[in-house]
Write a protein that binds this ligand. Structure first.
Ligand code: F0G
Length: 359
């Protein structure tokens, strides 16, 4: 028998810091252990002496960071005897919930805003065979409905109001410290429902408490301009942004996110759709890293704050890239319309001409 020890997911790796016992049946798809990639070309373009790393969460099994929380939430739901899970979603939570429900052999119900889900996320959720309930409303309305229905039906909520989701997601902070050997000076991430900023802060706080690292990073939460309740200081009724993942006006982890900002000495800021898409394109073209639009908000924020000096030279900065680019092919293709592929005759001369034309 092979004694080769292979990676079996974040619960196994961090079981001492998670609410599981030796008899817990772990529902895992080998999530976590995502790469921390140092940017090489963008810092040079900025002309600043900074170390920027991206934590590429798009390389999780369903293509987003949600898998970290979902392995934990579904493991506990199954342990507690639940036969069905439910969530409201802008697309990634629903894809993840559907996958882990399939893995566990239980049912998943997902409420999504009709017409506001990126194509890749819809395709996944259909394939994993969740029951999709599209609503004529936004994520915030879906979230309220999920909370109400869970009081009347035998379903476990797997949105980030489920504390096991936060526990699973805090492992991303552990991995960053384990990889770097220290905590970064700044941690930048997109904020929607605010579960992820809550989870990172919990993870860093736990590691600092146990002296795994000496400091905790300053937390920078970045939002889309049309969906920026933390910048406004109050909830928003009709959030709008091309970054549909973070099209949220009433974040559930409101108080926890403010605590992370205040205790870390961090800040919230907002970015137009054009700025978000520019950052997404820059990351693809300069570094070869393709994330979804919402994820690029973290880089847009880091770049603005590095350029202004708010984040000083000499800093180590980690940006979370929450989801992968293939989630939203429509937005990617429509952004590159000007560089639309040309079609030519299938002969050598035509190919030569096509190459020489671009040199
Ligand atoms: N980035 C992506 C790609 C997301 O899908 C989300 C949230 C966020 C950032 C924001 O994270 O909510 O923890 O502040 N997506 C949820 C969903 C709402 O339903 O998939 P957050």
């Amino acid at each position: 028998m092979s004694t080769h020890k292979h990676y079996t997911g974040l619960i196994d790796r961090y079981k001492d810091r998670l609410p599981v016992s030796a008899s817990t049946r772990i529902i895992s798809l080998n999530e976590g252990n995502t790469p921390l990639i140092q940017l090489q070309n963008i810092p040079r373009l900025l002309g600043k002496d900074v170390n920027i790393y991206v934590k590429f969460e798009g390389l999780n099994p369903t293509g987003s960071f949600k898998d970290r929380g979902m392995t934990m939430a579904v493991t506990k739901a199954v342990e507690e005897g639940s036969q069905a899970i439910i969530c409201a979603s802008t697309g990634n939570t629903s894809a993840s919930a559907a996958a882990y429900a399939a893995r566990a052999g239980i049912k998943a119900f997902v409420l999504i805003p009709d017409g506001k889900i990126a194509l890749g996320k819809l395709a996944q959720t259909l394939m994993y065979n969740a029951t999709i309930i599209q609503i004529n409303g936004n994520f915030d309305q879906g979230m309220e409905l999920v909370k109400e229905v869970a009081e009347h039906a035998p379903v476990t909520i797997v949105n980030s109001i489920n504390p096991y989701r936060i526990d699973g997601q805090k492992t991303a902070a552990f991995e960053i410290v384990d990889d770097l050997g220290f905590a970064p000076d700044y941690h930048c991430l997109p904020v929607g429902n605010a579960g992820n900023i809550t989870a990172y802060w919990k993870g860093y706080t736990e590691y600092a408490r146990d002296r795994v690292c000496g400091n905790r990073p300053i937390m920078c939460g970045y939002q889309a301009a049309g969906a920026a309740p933390f910048v406004a200081g109050h909830k928003i009724d009709n959030p709008e942004t091309i970054a549909t993942a973070i099209r949220i006006g009433n974040p559930q982890s409101w108080d926890y996110a403010w605590a992370a900002q205040q205790e870390s000495g961090g800040w919230f800021d907002k970015f137009t759709d054009a700025e978000i898409l520019a950052a997404q394109k820059l990351l693809s073209q300069q570094e070869g890293i393709f994330c979804e639009p919402a994820s690029a908000t973290s880089l847009a924020g880091a770049m603005r704050d590095i350029a202004s000096g708010k984040i000083p030279e000499g800093s180590t900065i980690v940006c979370t890239l929450t989801g992968m680019g293939l989630k939203d092919p429509d937005t990617a293709i429509s952004q590159c319309a000007a560089a639309h592929p040309v079609t030519i005759e299938a002969n050598l001369d035509a190919v030569k001409r096509a190459i020489l034309d671009t040199l």
